[in-house]
Ligand binder design. Sequence first.
Ligand code: LLP
Length: 433
Amino acid sequence: MTDTAETAFTYRDGELHAESLPLARVAEAVGTPCFVYSSQALEDTYRRFSKALSDTGLNSLVCYAIKANPHLAVVKTFGDLGSGADVVSEGELRRAIAAGVPPERIVFAGVGKQRGEMAFALEAGILQFNVESPDELKLLNEVAGALGKIAPVALRINPNVDAKTHAKITTGTTENKFGIEIESLPDLLAMIEGLEHIAIEGLAVHIGSQLTDLAPYAAAFERLAKLFVELRQAGVNLRRIDLGGGLGISYTGGPGPDVGAYAEVAHRAVADLGVPVIFEPGRHLVGNAGLLLARVLYVKQGRSRRFLIVDAAMNDLIRPTLYDAWHEMKPLRQAPENAPLEPVDVVGPICESGDIFASARPFPPMKAGELFAIFSTGAYGATMSSTYNTRLPAPEVMVRGDSFAVIKSRPSYEDLLAEDQLPDWLRAAQGAA
Ligand code: LLP
């Protein structure tokens, strides 16, 4: 499989480009740090993913997991290509609707849905709620009853399969808070009998994120398919199956997990059920379609380490700090082939030792003021950012061909400070001073 990072972001005449736009031009126009997405890469990855599924003959619905990158321009790019959406909050649901995703293509997942969110989703007429606990079912029944509606539900099953990924993004074992354990199903189904405003229409599973090994998928999908048959035999009118998301990407520029092989694994497990199959990919669709542009502020030679102090920080991209995630980095101006590589620590300006993007990373010589890119930051980048240390949120830019649009501007300090409100007693004191 060709990696999108290789096709969307390439050196041309020694300058790193996004599609056919020199990235230095973006840095000049909007400053750094700044997230850049390639619309071509988004479209290509979506098409490749959905084609791999349809090539197997599966009747599939791709529901883009908005949490990976919730920007309206990203959601709409996929929505316009026919994607549905996987949302985990009313906020994400509102984004999906604002981007024009039809409600009948939206699934609502998550362990902690609240009454108001349920009501909003029922009014919107979404495809299904992926429900994760008996208490959630009871509340959903109550909310639907009050609105005179029937809530379409898929039970999210915890298949107890280890996804073999990072512990913080493993979701499918009994050690995790997610899903309904298979053993508890008979009791749950008995309880559901009494819930008049619930229609159990499907089963769902999601075992984790950034999976690169397909074996855990095969195990989880087969377990789910077996359960599907059993429940159908027991008289539950199941009409859909949801296989979740989690397919990984390559963070190193090499080949990533094979979408075709993934589609085959799904097909093998569930094709015989003869029902539509939902997929909830997030990272796979956006991860390598984005990068974070940054600038070197200082080069600091310590006794044992050489530090590149850069203008992006853990508040912009938390993944290295939180998951020890490895992100490729390259200078915007291509280093000569014979340039010596020296180990550097790439660190941000935040007052924490954990504010580090890479440790002892071999890098060509960089000087203060030079620009570089942190790759594979289209997923779980901007969306997990914060304003820690009162740093301004990084702007976001979408490239198309040789032009670009600012899709989120950097706010001003005035905007940021205006978010804080003083209580009356402090306001009075300030006025008096
Ligand atoms: N469906 C459900 C129910 C999920 O919980 C998730 C992700 C997805 C789909 C989409 O997973 P994806 O295809 O993107 O792997 N912040 C972490 C990843 C957290 C994933 C949470 N759930 C990271 O930066 O690696």
